[in-house]
Design a protein around this ligand. Structure first.
Ligand SMILES: Cc1cc2nc3c(=O)[nH]c(=O)nc-3n(C[C@H](O)[C@H](O)[C@H](O)COP(=O)(O)OP(=O)(O)OC[C@H]3O[C@@H](n4cnc5c(N)ncnc54)[C@H](O)[C@@H]3O)c2cc1C
Ligand code: FES
Length: 315
């Protein structure tokens, strides 16, 4: 089970039971979830300290992979036979994640966590809309369980590029009162992006708060709509991270404070969960993608302008 552990120094004013630990963790299982992988490992202290929205940094041993790789905590078990287990879900697309997809049960991995800020939970009764894109849906199941346990209504919008990349179809239906699925190519659910159905879902579910996790362009689009329709929004951003513990400042984002001033904040320490309406998206390099348009919905091409010769003749 999870063996040698080292406590990292707790932040000032923080109890020692709250901060991250560094642990050598035995891998318990690695499972395929469509195109994604789920890795479960024994990490009792991380499981006890973790809250939805936080992440772990895993050391990978592929060539030229000096930096740890950050992964959202997709779930923890604190009770029963699986007590002390942490799950992450990932997409294997580069050297670090390919290496992780190759670890086997009983291998030992080096993990630091839980890191970063959790999703704040509502302090009053409010309907909650959870919006996930691709593997970004994974930590929302963990969050959704907490919200449901608090007696709150949860609805979901789950999106991906195509149907096979939608994560946790059954879990989403089991967890939430309603689920809207969207895919860019229309192979599952509504053709389009999560933002194409967002306003309708907010209206039909009476959502009073939105939580989102997925690619940054999706988070920008969700945040801007929520700001415009005045629904509070919390997003878990995915910035490039080198150290993951607040030292290197590679992960900074411009955040507008209550005083209106924009200050750079570290996604690994002050985030990754931020109030989406307070991120100064215009000052980032994050751009909302072009809308997806059905061919039959495309506006007819304007009539071709006549050439000078057609209009005026040869004169
Ligand atoms: C807070 C947080 C939570 C995340 N949660 C998940 C998750 O649950 N599942 C999942 O599949 N992925 C997640 N990611 C993205 C994941 O960390 C990257 O996919 C992974 O680091 C890529 O490593 P690689 O070596 O396979 O690929 P490469 O792209 O070759 O990585 C090369 C370098 O770039 C950095 N890097 C590349 N892409 C990212 C990225 N998107 N974010 C941060 N650093 C990056 C790596 O750390 C590494 O230093 C998360 C990222 C952050 C910041
Ligand atoms: S990754 Fe180094 S400060 Fe955030």
């Amino acid at each position: 089970m999870s063996s040698p552990r080292r406590r990292l120094a707790p932040a000032q004013g923080r109890p020692d039971t709250d901060g991250p630990v560094m642990a050598s963790c035995e891998v318990l299982a690695r499972r395929r979830e469509g195109p994604y992988w789920t890795l479960s490992f024994a990490a009792k202290e991380i499981a006890e300290r973790a809250r939805p929205g936080q992440f772990v940094q895993i050391a990978v041993q592929a060539p030229h992979t000096l930096l740890r790789r950050p992964f959202s905590i997709a779930g923890v078990s604190r009770q029963g036979v699986a007590a002390g287990t942490v799950d992450v879900v990932f997409d294997a697309h580069g050297p670090g994640t390919e290496w992780l997809a190759g670890v086997d049960a009983h291998d030992v991995i080096d993990v630091i966590g839980p890191l970063g800020t959790p999703f704040p939970l509502p302090q009053r009764k409010v309907n909650c809309l959870l919006i996930g894109g691709g593997y970004g849906t994974a930590p929302l199941f963990y969050l959704g369980e907490k919200l449901v346990a608090k007696g709150l209504r949860v609805d979901m919008i789950v999106g991906a590029a195509s149907g096979d990349r939608i994560l946790g179809t059954i879990d989403a239906k089991r967890l939430s009162a309603t689920v809207a699925f969207t895919t860019d190519d229309g192979s599952y659910g509504t053709r389009g992006r999560v933002t194409d159905v967002l306003e309708d879902v907010v209206a039909s579910t009476g959502a009073g708060v939105v939580y989102a996790c997925g690619p940054n362009p999706m988070l920008r689009a969700v945040s801007e709509i929520c700001r415009d329709i005045e629904v509070p929004v919390q997003v878990s951003v995915e910035e490039k991270m080198a150290c993951g513990i607040g030292v290197c400042f590679t992960c900074v984002l411009p955040i507008r404070g209550r005083d209106g001033h924009v200050r750079m904040q570290r996604s690994c320490l002050e985030g990754p969960v931020f109030n989406g309406a307070r991120i100064a998206w215009d000052e980032t390099r994050v751009h909302v993608g072009a809308p997806i348009v059905d061919e039959e919905d495309e506006p007819a091409a304007p009539p071709a302008r006549p050439t000078d010769a057609e209009l005026w003749g040869d004169a």
